[in-house]
Design a protein around this ligand. Structure first.
Ligand SMILES: [Zn+2]
Length: 367
């Protein structure tokens, strides 16, 4: 273990971290002491094992250059979890607020930032707005009136040119797209504004946190970035032409002078076990506080309530029958039976609700 610590410390990481991998979701991370024995912060699996840092991971193992520190402290993350649990019908016992808070972990997840110079020839049609005035005649109050009407029209012109653009700190995914962290938490919010909040990583500045390592090399992220760079290039052309609109943009970009930076982004993570002992994850964005969680109601609790309501319905039937015999009138029996039938609908609705919730394809819901 001392070798383990020495390798990580020599790379520039803080003391006391352990390199470990999850055998289920395949994420590799640096975990604080004791966390190897815990469930995976991303998928909830118990199959987390220590990895020898002298093996083949050296390219991914370097510390980040930049870190975006969390704005959301642990107490605030706990408050967000309370909000998540508010309308959770038939909540499994394991999803109690205190349990979720006790498992709450701060995870720093990686994002690549690319600097590059794009050289390209381009062609497009640029549109300019202009106003057209016309008149509309209308008959009202026994006389004709003329009204001026303004309309906006577009004039389109073809343009062609070449340009060299410099892009700095363009974010790209460092984790595979099917990883829930990327799809849910990172993708919607990572932008240039986030990058401005980043500060240089110092091993002592971020402690007691978990560090998720990239699963893809920067070169793999280049293809994903071209559409984003194209949008930026289109805006550049539009503003250079002082145009109001742009269409049919074509280009052949060459990305030169590339430089990549690894940035870490904070996510809070916790989990609970559903009825089938399957871990269900909840993530909270460490900057905005937006959360994504799986709400899987408990069938056990649904059956428990069904039993209570079913018992109450049976009692109403029996009471109705007794009253029928005593009063020699069938009316009280029908009245109480009607209430019993209504009560029987409740367990039916509860069970259908659980079956429906479990069968939904994507269980993550934003909160
Ligand atoms: Zn995992």
């Amino acid at each position: 273990m001392s070798d383990h610590n020495t390798v990580l410390r020599d790379l520039g990481w803080e003391e006391g971290l352990t390199l470990a991998g999850c055998n289920q979701c395949q994420l590799v991370s640096l975990l604080p002491q004791g966390a190897v024995a815990q469930r995976c912060y991303h998928c909830g699996s118990k199959r987390v094992e220590t990895i020898d840092p002298t093996t083949d991971l050296s390219s991914h193992l370097a510390p980040p250059e930049l870190v975006v520190r969390q704005r959301l402290r642990g107490v605030q993350a706990a408050t967000r979890l309370k909000e998540w649990g508010k309308w959770f019908f038939l909540q499994p016992n394991d999803a109690a607020h205190a349990a979720l808070v006790s498992r709450l972990r701060l995870v720093y997840t990686p994002v690549w930032l690319m600097d590059t110079t794009v050289h390209t020839k381009w062609q497009a049609e640029v549109g300019f707005d202009y106003q057209v005035q016309s008149h509309r005649e209308s008959y009202a109050g026994g006389s004709w009136r003329t009204q001026k009407v303004q309309r906006t029209k577009q004039d389109w012109e073809p343009r062609i040119g070449s340009m060299t653009l410099r892009f700095d700190n363009v974010p790209a995914e460092a984790l595979e797209r099917d990883i829930s962290f990327t799809r849910l938490v990172q993708q919607p919010i990572i932008g240039l504004q986030t990058v401005e909040e980043a500060e240089p990583y110092r091993s002592e500045s971020v402690s007691e946190a978990t560090f998720c390592l990239p699963t893809r090399v920067p070169q793999d992220a280049v293809a994903d970035m071209v559409p984003m760079l194209m949008e930026m290039a289109k805006n550049e052309v539009k503003s250079a032409c002082r145009a109001d609109h742009l269409r049919h943009f074509q280009w052949a970009p060459e990305l030169g002078e590339q430089n990549w930076t690894k940035m870490l982004f904070p996510i809070w993570s916790t989990w609970y076990l559903d009825d089938d002992d399957r871990p269900r994850m909840i993530y909270i964005n460490g900057l905005t506080g937006h959360g994504w969680g799986e709400k899987i109601p408990s069938m056990r609790r649904a059956w428990l309530f069904s039993g209570i309501f079913g018992g109450a319905a049976a009692l109403l039937f029996v009471a109705g029958a007794i009253l029928w015999i005593i009063t020699q009138s069938v009316t009280p029996f029908f009245t109480l039976s009607a209430f019993g039938v209504l009560l029987l609908l409740v367990p039916l609705i509860l069970i259908l609700f659980v079956i429906y919730q479990k069968g939904r394809p994507d269980q993550f819901r934003m909160f």
